[in-house]
Design a protein around this ligand. Sequence first.
Ligand code: HGY
Ligand code: MN
Ligand code: MN
Ligand code: MN
Length: 428
Amino acid sequence: MPDPAPTALPVDEARHWSRLMQMAELGAIPGPSPEDRGVNRPCLSPLDREARRLLIRWAGTVGLTVSIDEIGNLFLRHEGTDPSAAPVLSGSHMDSQPNGGRFDGIWGVLAAFEAVQAIRDAGIATRRPIEVVAWTNEEGGRFAPGCMGSMAWAGIEPPSAWDAVTDTAGTTFRQALDEHLAAEADLPRRALGPTGGPSGRAPHAYVEAHIEQGPLLEAEGLDIGVVSGIQGSRWFTVEISGKTDHAGTAPLRLRQDAVQDMLRAITALNALTHDPADVLRFTVGKVEVLPNSSNTVADTARFSVDLRHPDATVLMARGDAIAGVVQAAVRHCRATVRERFHALPTTFDPRVPEAVERAAASLGLRARRLASGAFHDAQFVGSVCPSGMIFVPSRAGISHHPAEYTSSAQLAAGTRALAATLLDLAQS
Ligand code: HGY
Ligand code: MN
Ligand code: MN
Ligand code: MN
């Protein structure tokens, strides 16, 4: 049993908050009040690149070595006394939702950065290297699905699997990625995958710090969530194809109206996914209609399906039924259903949650175990090495919204828990 980490690593709360607020300026959007502004920082956009460059500048001042892989995952390495030891990995994502908050993802990257800086400021030489990571495209907001960077790193899909995925402007993921890699050509490259780093070995462990994005920690007056696992997710795209017609002259009985059939399909899916216990989560968050003109009957309607459940059997059964339900519901058009992404429910290897609990206890933080309703990169990294997450409270449970908020003191407590956890794992 490794010695418990020292309780007071010099996490600098003011420095940490200042960096977060500097990042929040990159893609700032109006929110419910001047202080509660949001962020719109799409993956692989110039804003995303600007945020990464800012982080790289900070890394240079702290003495971390920078590298990126072929899908743009960014690594900042703190060297260990044993450079060949399997590293401890910690981070999250820097891209945001289109109407996102200032903390989702980016806090986990900056918390890992601050934790490593605190360990170095304390003059502690860790046996293992510690690598801070920013995963490419966790949100899937610009290019679906999410978690492309961590899925590619974990070997679940090659980056080329998403080459042809387009954003609403018609740019492909491949175009955006190649533009990004060309702009980052001055950065050292590492091979894609768990052994791509200088240690040449898969990580010893991965810890992701993230806001809870739910109401539980705040409601129970807790400081830390020790995440035991993540529910399963499946993403589908449904495309309904009909025929354009004149809104004034085409008789209803002759129309192949993609919007009307989309409504029939969504109504049928509501029935399929109705769950009085409110455990199964079904969301249609993105709808595209073409040609999108008031006086033309639409010939194309595309909508997203996001399905979540903690039980794999339920998630797979309901998800597998979607195509048949859609086909039975449409009347005059053709329908195609494509799965874009699925992540089975994950229970983390106990070693990382236990390290988080030791750290929280050593700091006197009020903590409890909980499962995550949101998906995270940790879900895929966990298929490669022992992984876990640290949550901090979200005000009123709000996220994916400019009103998303966690206080500086709450974030600093989370970062102290992360620093103690990373030190514990790096000395083991
Ligand atoms: O959608 C999710 O669960 C994550 O917040 N991207
Ligand atoms: Mn996130
Ligand atoms: Mn998110
Ligand atoms: Mn996440």
